[in-house]
Design a protein around this ligand. Structure first.
Ligand code: ADQ
Length: 467
């Protein structure tokens, strides 16, 4: 295959191939770059007084990272603004939180033009370009405007909103029109793909072509559903590492015989943490006999502290955790342990394994990798139960094995906790097995190949047969 140029807002090229702290996505993309050669381009995360377009090249673990600095105004309008205060809430169906400001929209286009100007000279005629996520919808078009004729693909890591919701965005039609600059556009689920198709056809007049193609004017794109997975093999290795075993023992010891319910999420309103706490509270209220038999560990490192809605959710959750603990705790038991920090992945794996229940209850989530990590970390002989929201992308793949709930319903959450606590070992094993089969088969390498094979116009089977 030709060289790969990956472009994403932040570049997370690994420090070394087995660092415990990096996510599966970084590992998968870095592996693709190592196989094919190429560059990972994006924002450095640094702010400079005046934009220069100077590129900082770094070679790490066989991957070339190329980054640029942005101006403060860029960060405010493009990153904190349009990406995180407009698109993120809207694409997670929260138009009540979405802010539609022309300044944000202008900054977003300006920064995408800056990315295009800087990365364009790095792209050679045979390269394949793969752009990641909602920070960069218009980048493909910006590259086409600069004469780039390469194959360009785009993958969206978050949900795609239903047509009527997307229609509230003043720039909706322009945004979707620019996506026709791509050869391939990927979503996690058929549901998001359908919503995209619906808007393109009904609002822009696009026509359906053969296969998964859509045609608008002279442009044809292929739209595919490609659910992302975790690096399952690596995660299982991590789950069996000394750090994971130690974390497992420490959790078990500190649980003193009680069952643990675990939640691990970035602190974000899309993750349904408030509703989760309320569902757990309902369980405590309805089932006094179970109270001291269990506790919940919620790990939630803060994110996007520069955005007001994220400061609010932090305050709300602190209040709620305090309220529940105040109402139910005893001298020898607290119902919620609420922790605001990140942990190395190996340690997380040990924590997942020690948990009898994994609670993954987003109100809306593109995929949710924590659900898959929880499954992969379990003891096959005595696995825990995954309680999963209908509204996580992962529900499309894990629905047979998980206990599915509507996260808005405190009663469903409470009933699901009871069901999970009372579930016999054999049922837990059976449910886990079907989920694990999927997590193993459709892992992050499968995802990456599915997308890149569509992008370079080759069937997945061909690539697999060649291995
Ligand atoms: P995220 O919103 O970040 O990703 P998710 O898919 O759940 O959500 O991934 C979170 C990752 O962060 C997991 O790998 C998890 O282990 C890690 N993590 C969370 N809390 C942690 C902690 N305290 N310490 C260490 N690690 C922690 C976006 C979209 C998702 C989509 C992914 C991938 O919002 O819907 O699944 O991209 O496409």
């Amino acid at each position: 295959m030709s060289r790969l140029i990956i472009i994403s807002n932040r570049v997370s090229a690994p420090k070394d191939s087995h660092s415990g702290a990096q996510g599966g996505l970084a590992v998968a993309l870095a592996a693709a770059l190592r196989e094919n050669g190429g560059i990972w381009f994006g924002w450095s995360g640094e702010v400079t007084e005046n934009f220069t377009g100077d590129i900082n090249f770094q070679r790490r673990a066989g991957v070339t990272a190329a980054t640029i600095d942005l101006e403060q105004q860029d960060v405010e309008e493009y990153y904190n603004g349009y990406a995180n205060r407009t698109l993120w809430p809207l694409f997670h169906y929260r138009i009540d939180l979405a802010e539609y400001e022309r300044g944000f929209a202008g900054g977003y286009v300006r920064v995408n033009d800056r990315f295009a100007d800087t990365v364009r000279p790095l792209i050679e005629p045979d390269d394949v370009v793969w752009i990641q996520d909602y920070h960069m919808f218009p980048l493909g078009q910006a590259l086409r405007d600069r004469g780039c004729k390469n194959r360009i693909g785009f993958f969206l890591h978050i949900p795609w909103p239903p047509r009527r919701l997307l229609g509230t965005l003043p720039e909706a039609s322009d945004l979707v029109r620019t996506m026709f600059a791509y050869d391939v556009v990927g979503f996690h689920t058929e549901e998001w793909l359908e919503s995209f198709r619906d808007f393109a056809i009904k609002d822009l007049g696009a026509e359906e072509g053969e296969g998964n193609t859509l045609k608008l004017g002279d442009h044809t794109l292929e739209a595919i559903a490609a659910p992302i997975g975790i690096d399952c093999k690596e995660f299982i290795e991590g789950a069996n590492s000394p750090a994971a075993r130690l974390a497992f023992r420490q959790m078990r010891d500190s649980a003193v015989g009680r069952d643990m319910i675990v939640g691990v999420d970035r602190l974000d309103y899309s993750k349904g943490l408030e509703e989760r706490f309320r569902g757990y509270e309902r369980f405590l209220e309805r089932h006094p006999e179970e109270r001291k038999e269990i506790f919940m560990l919620q790990i939630a490192p803060p994110s996007r502290a520069g955005v007001e809605s994220y400061q609010k959710i932090r305050t709300t959750l602190e209040g709620l955790a305090g309220h529940i603990n105040g109402a139910y705790a005893d001298v020898d038991w607290v119902p919620i342990r609420y922790v605001n920090q990140g942990y190395p992945r190996d340690q997380l794996a040990g924590i997942y394994r020690a948990a009898r229940i994994g609670l993954v209850t987003p109100l809306r989530d593109g995929m949710n990798l924590v659900a898959k990590e929880y499954v992969a970390a379990q003891d096959p002989e005595n696995p825990g139960v995954l309680i999963l929201s209908h509204f996580a992308g992962a529900a499309a793949q894990l629905r047979e094995g998980a206990v599915l709930i509507n996260p808005y319903s405190a009663e469903e959450m409470s009933d699901a906790i009871v069901q999970a606590l009372r579930m016999e070992r054999q049922e837990r094993i059976d449910r886990w097995r079907v989920m694990m089969d999927n997590v193993e088969k459709e892992d992050v390498i499968w995802w990456r190949k599915r997308f890149t094979n569509a992008l370079i116009g080759k069937a997945l089977e061909t690539a697999e047969a060649a291995e």
